[in-house]
Write a protein that binds this ligand. Structure first.
Ligand code: S3P
Length: 442
């Protein structure tokens, strides 16, 4: 399925952000490890999460969607995960496969992990190597890529680990493996990454301690422990809210409200950056839901200006640079985004994919090893963007097309369903003019 974004009307209305992808993955995985029945409300029913749910069934959890839209997970508890019968297909989901590898390591089993073309091109050694230090053995393709087979005797030793990159996925995999060791597993994070795993582990009854350490933190988990089922209410995803927010900021006359957005400071770097660029973003009705602060965000069309994004902010907005680049394309002056080499190993090489997206639509952009700079102004459009199986590149391109002189097309819109299955109806309901077609774009 391809899609084309034509000039939008002024956006108006109130919408609800879809469930957070990171918390949805974790609710499935922790629920599958726990003893008892976990109920999840507000789950993101995106393809990535459904892949994780099926994977958890492969390891022995019982998962069901209830008539009221909630999900129940009967966890494996003390019996632990079993070896899956076939390959564990994690689809497009990096968070899914990396966290599941960590969780599975603590049990006596053998599992082969596979994924789609995008996931199969991503490095897994960053998770498999520390897990091997804890005691698992693995076989993978060159560069630690999928398909990968992990074997564990379920007798891991605790690890004290300092990851070379700020990565919540690596931190989470090690902490999940640490649950089934006899001792304390420690992750020293040089820069704070999203903290959902440590928060949720506490809610599932694990003994987790977090201590500030320089600009980062030291997280410890004490094993062995069997998690206890609990209820999870998934807050709205700030990374998905980013798309209607930037659409409203860049479309003249727009005035919208996005409800239910998680405001966890490890996730809100984009909101801070857009505010520095001159955005009208007002968060109110702050409340707590599922252990996270959520708010409603009021957004109006704004005159944006370019900024230099502080490199230290990257972990709190690592998935948001493609959509920030779209805001930058409509801002006055230049926006410089560096210190983000990690973007090269996301669902696609997001530095080159974002640069190609912009250049192909007439936006002056410079590419660096560790980022890019975007010179804003009027946007010509008229390009067809290659999305490389990357949902965030696809959605960013369609937001660019809402205000460009000519429409912007994407070659493949199917991946949008991994994180934002309601994207088209939500955006068009606000005033976008995005058309999908079964025929591939030229
Ligand atoms: C995620 C962590 C981030 C992010 C990804 C979701 C998570 O990846 O890019 O979309 O849920 O832990 P890294 O941990 O590799 O930076």
């Amino acid at each position: 399925m391809s899609a084309t974004s034509h000039r939008a009307q002024a956006l108006s209305g109130t919408v609800r952000a879809p469930g957070d992808k990171s918390i949805s993955h974790r609710s499935m995985i922790l629920g599958a490890m726990a003893e008892g029945t976990t109920t999840v409300t507000g789950l993101l029913e995106g393809a990535d999460i459904l892949s994780t749910a099926v994977a958890m069934q492969d390891f022995g959890a019982q998962i069901e969607r209830q008539k009221d839209g909630s999900w129940t997970i009967i966890g494996c508890g003390k019996a632990g995960f079993k070896s899956p019968e076939g390959d564990v297909d994690c689809g497009n989901a990096g968070t899914g496969v990396r966290l599941i590898m960590g969780a599975a390591s603590g049990y006596a089993l053998k599992a082969t992990f596979t994924g789609d073309a995008s996931l199969s091109s991503r490095p897994m050694g960053r998770v498999l190597d520390p897990l091997a230090e804890m005691g698992v053995t693995y076989e993978a393709q060159a560069g630690g890529r999928l398909p990968a087979t992990l074997t564990s005797d379920g007798k891991l030793t605790p690890l004290d680990y300092t990851p070379p990159h700020a990565s919540a996925q690596v931190k989470s995999a090690i902490l999940l493996a640490g649950l089934n060791t006899d001792g304390v597993t420690v992750v020293n994070e040089p820069t704070l990454s999203r903290d959902h795993t440590e928060n949720m582990l506490k809610a599932f009854g694990a003994e987790v301690t977090v201590k500030a350490q320089g600009a980062g933190q030291k997280v410890s988990v004490k094993g062995p422990v069997t998690l206890k089922a609990t209820n999870v209410n998934v807050p709205g995803d700030p990374s998905s809210a980013a798309f209607p927010i930037v659409a409203a900021l860049t479309t003249p006359g727009s005035d919208i409200v996005i409800e239910n957005v998680m405001m966890n400071p490890t996730r809100t770097g984009l909101f801070e950056t857009l505010t520095e660029m001159g955005a009208y973003l007002r968060s109110d009705n702050f409340r707590t839901s599922g252990g996270e602060v959520i708010a409603d965000i009021h957004v109006k069309h704004s005159k944006l200006h370019g900024v230099t994004v502080p490199e230290g902010r990257a972990p709190s907005m690592i998935d948001e640079y493609p959509i920030l680049a779209i805001a930058a394309a409509y801002a006055s002056g230049t926006t410089i985004m560096r210190g983000i080499a990690e973007m090269r190993v996301k669902e696609s090489d997001r530095i080159s994919a974002t640069v190609a997206l912009l250049v192909g639509n007439g936006v002056e952009t410079s590419e660096y090893d560790d980022g890019f700079a975007v010179k804003g102004g009027a946007v010509a459009g008229g390009g067809t963007v290659i999305t490389h199986h990357d949902h965030r590149i696809a959605m960013s391109a369609l937001i660019l097309g809402m205000n460009s002189n000519q429409a912007v097309s994407i070659d493949d819109a199917s991946m949008i369903a991994t994180s934002f299955p309601t994207f088209f109806e939500l955006m068009n309901g606000l005033g976008a003019n995005i058309k999908t077609s079964k025929v591939a774009a030229a």
